[in-house]
Each structure stands twice: as structure tokens, then as C-alpha cells.
Write a protein that binds this ligand. Structure first.
Ligand SMILES: Cc1ncc(COP(=O)(O)O)c(C=O)c1O
Length: 459
């Protein structure tokens, strides 16, 4: 009698060998996103995930969704179920222009392509501009979700450090000169200037002006990625780079993901017409057009006229969550940890002593049912191993506090282990405390204030 047939395992060693010869060369440098890899684990209800960049969609009124979808079904069912133009529906572009106007930008609707999320913009811009080995300048750390895209197209990413005022634009010119002197081709500068993911920092007005000036003088394109600009919890709004430059060198990425829903997968790009034409061709090959149903949902929703109220309600939900996270960090993280105080967005970036590797730490934290994004996923030059990104938009205050308590415990264990093995206790010295105080004073008026722990070890 033949044995019962077994379902084939998902990938045996033999399978892998068989397929390896088929894969394109670029797959050897393709990497997986630090965040998406974790989604399966973090979806478990017992896990407190401070890892994802998820907006809290439970805040969106189900009645509104029902009304919007019912209206589409009644009034434009055939259109909603049909293909649309690659660059998007005119009426959707009108909604986009409204969102951009809310942040002080004017845009010609012909300069827009509606995309399948902002993520597709990153893919299409890189696809349009990058040959293997071409250079992209990006903040260090940069958006972890862009890293797999940069890798897939074999871009050479040069990081420019950040501080409390965002990208160190004062170092930009020397970086551009160095890239040119090395005979490498710089194609564009990628930046998230407002409430950066993952760093939380916001680029100061002075640096924004400087960046736009350098872009014009050096004739370098900039991709401004701005999903979080409307999620401000304190302070005054700053003009986007796109508004300062008028869309000449600055390409703009926007998205409905963080102000309405990531599930509808709707974003957009504005770029100089020759670049936009190539982006359009790239999009034809990628997905023909963005979901017409999603575009009609945005239109129907915007016609209600209350989209800004919903964004306002989101800021009211997220502000106390940010505060809860900052308070819990004060309470549960060791004195050697350093973090920032974001004035908006969804993330706090924490840096720990150099001997801690947050990728290892995550494995330990997951055993305690808590997750964060290890910092290494936000750099392409091997840095970030002792940093982590913490999200405060997706969990309520109590869970945030408990999550930070658990991570703090795991960090303390690592620090004790280090102390036992080396005989040293990494402590903040009086001298370091003084430097930290001076930095705090200098940063007092800045967009993001570095909060150094003032408590010496053992206090
Ligand atoms: C900086 C940044 N850019 C782009 C995206 C992509 O967002 P989406 O594709 O949902 O519009 C995200 C999502 O978290 C982001 O944080």
C-alpha cells in the first residue's frame, strides 16, 4: 500500500536550489522590510506592538464608511468597478489639491499622479531615476520601508546625519562634493522633513530654506515624503519644501494613509512634468491604475466636507498616547537611554548604550510579548544597531505604558548582564550630565528636544 500523500512543504532545500538559478541578479540584494517581517508576530493579540506604523483605524466612524460606500454603490457602481486612467481620476486630484492646500501648497492637477499608496511613489521615483550604483542621499536614519526599495534598484545610499532640527543640511554640500569627487552620480535627495519616520524630528525652517537653495544651485532633485505633516500635536506648522521651491526641484509624496486609511492604498506624487511622464509609464507597467473604488471613496468622503475634523480628532487621540510613551520612557528606561520629543507624527526614536544590539534585544522582548523596530532597519550603512523605533499611534495609553515597562525590563537585564561580564556598570558621568544639560538648553526652542536622562545610575 502506498503511503498517504503528504502536502508539499513550502520550500525544501531542493526547491531552493532549483529556483536559485532562475532568480534575477537583483534578488541577491533585495531585502525584506524590518517592519513587514514582524507583522505576523505582532498581529497576535497578546503582543503589545510598538513596532508598526499603523494609524488607529478604530477611530474612523463605521457609519461614515457605510454611508460613503452605499453612496458609491447607488450612484457610481459601474465606474467604481471599472479601470481608470493611470494618472488617476480628476475628482480625486481635486481632493489631493485640498489636502495640499491645507499644508500651504498649491498644485496644478496636471502635475499629479494618483498612486497605490505613498509607497508606490518611492518605488516609481527610484525606478525612474536610479541605475545600479547611482546615489540617493537620505537622512540617517531613513524610513525603513524605503530601504527594500533602495536595495531592489541597487541604489547606493549615502546618509546625512540628523539632529533635533532634522537632516544636517549644513553637511549636505560637502556630501554632494564628495560624491562628485568620487565619480558617483547623485540622482536625488530623499527626506521626510516633518515628524520623520523613524527619527521623529522635524527640519527647521532655516534648514528647509537652505535645502531648497542647495537643490536649486546644484540642480539636484529632492523627494519630499510627507505622510505626517497634518498630525501635529503642538507648535506651528512649517512650510513643506514643495511650497518653498514651488515644485521645481522638489518632488512631493503625499498619502491618505495617515489622515484617512492605509487600507484604501491611496497616495500621490507631484513632480516636474518630464519626470512625471516617466513615473506614469512606470506605473502603467506596475498596476495600470490605482483602485477606482478607493478613489471614489475618497471623493465621496471629501464631499461630506468634514475630513479635517477627523484629522483633528486623530491628533486628540494621538497626543495623549505620545505623552504616555514619553512619561513611561522616563519611568522605565535606564538613565543611559536617549530619546526625542516629537511634536507630531507617530514615532519616538530611542538610542541605547553602544553595547546593546536592538535586533538581539527584540528576540528577547518578543518572548515578553512586546515588539519595536530595531534601528538597523533604518540605515543602509550598518549603523543603528543600538537604536529602536517606537510607535505610539496604534495602542492605547495603558498598553503603551505596559509595553515600555516590558522593553525597559529587557534592557535593564541586558545592562546587568554586561555589567556582570565586564565588571563595568555603564553609567552616565557627571561630565556627560553637564553636556546633556547644555544640549538641552541649546535645544530648548528647537522642534524636537533631546530629552537626556538626568538621573545618574544608582540614584
Ligand atoms: C515616511 C513614509 N513614507 C511612505 C509611507 C508609505 O505609506 P503608504 O504607502 O501607506 O501611503 C510611510 C508609511 O508608513 C511612511 O512612514
Amino acid at each position: 500500500m502506498s503511503p498517504p500523500s503528504q502536502p508539499p512543504s513550502r520550500s525544501t532545500k531542493r526547491d531552493l536550489e532549483r529556483y536559485a538559478g532562475l532568480f534575477a541578479a537583483r534578488t541577491r540584494v533585495m531585502t525584506s522590510s524590518a517592519m513587514r517581517d514582524m507583522m505576523a508576530v505582532t498581529a497576535r493579540p497578546e503582543v503589545i506592538s510598538l513596532a508598526g506604523g499603523l494609524p488607529d483605524t478604530s477611530t474612523f466612524p463605521p457609519e461614515t464608511l457605510a454611508a460613503v460606500t452605499a453612496r458609491i454603490a447607488q450612484e457610481s457602481s459601474a465606474k467604481a468597478l471599472q479601470y481608470g486612467p493611470t494618472d488617476g481620476l480628476y475628482e480625486t486630484k481635486e481632493c489631493i489639491a485640498e489636502v495640499m492646500a491645507a499644508e500651504g501648497m498649491t498644485v496644478d492637477l496636471d502635475d499629479l499622479v494618483v498612486t497605490t499608496g505613498g509607497q508606490q511613489v518611492i518605488d516609481l521615483v527610484v525606478k525612474t531615476l536610479i541605475d545600479p550604483g547611482d546615489v540617493i542621499i537620505a537622512e540617517g536614519p531613513t524610513y525603513p520601508g524605503a530601504v527594500p526599495t533602495f536595495n531592489a534598484y541597487q541604489a547606493d545610499v549615502v546618509h546625512v546625519d540628523m539632529d533635533a532640527d532634522g537632516m544636517r543640511v549644513d553637511r549636505l554640500e560637502e556630501t554632494i562634493d564628495r560624491i562628485a569627487a568620487e565619480g558617483r552620480r547623485l540622482k536625488f535627495i530623499y527626506t521626510v522633513p516633518t515628524f520623520q519616520n523613524p527619527g521623529g524630528a522635524t527640519m527647521s525652517l532655516e534648514r528647509r530654506r537652505q535645502l531648497v537653495r542647495i537643490a536649486a544651485q546644484r540642480e539636484v532633485l529632492v523627494l519630499e515624503d510627507n505622510p505626517y505633516g497634518l498630525l501635529r500635536y503642538e507648535g506651528d506648522a512649517l512650510p513643506p519644501l514643495y511650497a518653498l521651491d514651488g515644485g521645481v526641484y522638489v518632488m512631493y509624496l503625499g498619502t491618505f494613509s495617515k489622515i484617512l486609511s492605509p487600507g484604501i492604498r491611496l497616495g500621490w506624487v507631484s513632480a516636474p512634468p518630464p519626470v512625471l511622464d516617466k513615473i506614469n509609464v512606470g506605473k502603467q507597467g506596475a498596476d495600470l491604475c490605482t483602485s477606482t473604488l478607493s478613489q471614489l471613496m475618497v471623493q465621496a468622503y471629501f464631499e461630506r466636507g468634514d475630513w479635517r475634523d477627523y484629522v483633528g480628532s486623530l491628533t486628540e487621540v494621538y497626543r495623549p498616547r505620545r505623552d504616555a510613551m514619553l512619561e513611561a520612557l522616563e519611568e522605565f528606561f535606564p538613565p543611559q537611554a536617549v530619546w526625542n520629543r516629537p511634536k507630531g507624527g507617530m514615532f519616538v526614536w530611542v538610542t541605547l548604550p553602544d553595547f546593546i544590539d536592538t535586533t538581539d534585544l527584540l528576540a528577547r522582548a518578543l518572548r515578553d510579548n512586546v515588539a519595536f523596530v530595531p534601528g538597523a532597519g533604518a540605515f543602509l550603512d550598518g549603523r543603528g544597531h543600538n537604536s529602536m523605533r517606537l510607535n505610539f499611534s496604534a495602542s492605547g495609553e495603558d498598553r503603551i505604558r505596559e509595553g515600555i515597562r516590558r522593553i525597559g525590563k529587557v534592557i535593564s537585564e541586558q545592562m546587568e548582564l554586561y555589567g556582570t561580564l565586564t565588571g563595568e556598570m555603564p553609567a552616565i558621568t557627571t561630565e556627560e550630565l553637564e553636556i546633556a544639560r547644555q544640549e538641552d538648553d541649546a535645544n530648548a526652542g528647537a522642534e524636537v528636544v533631546e530629552l537626556r536622562r538626568r538621573r545618574a545610575a544608582g540614584e
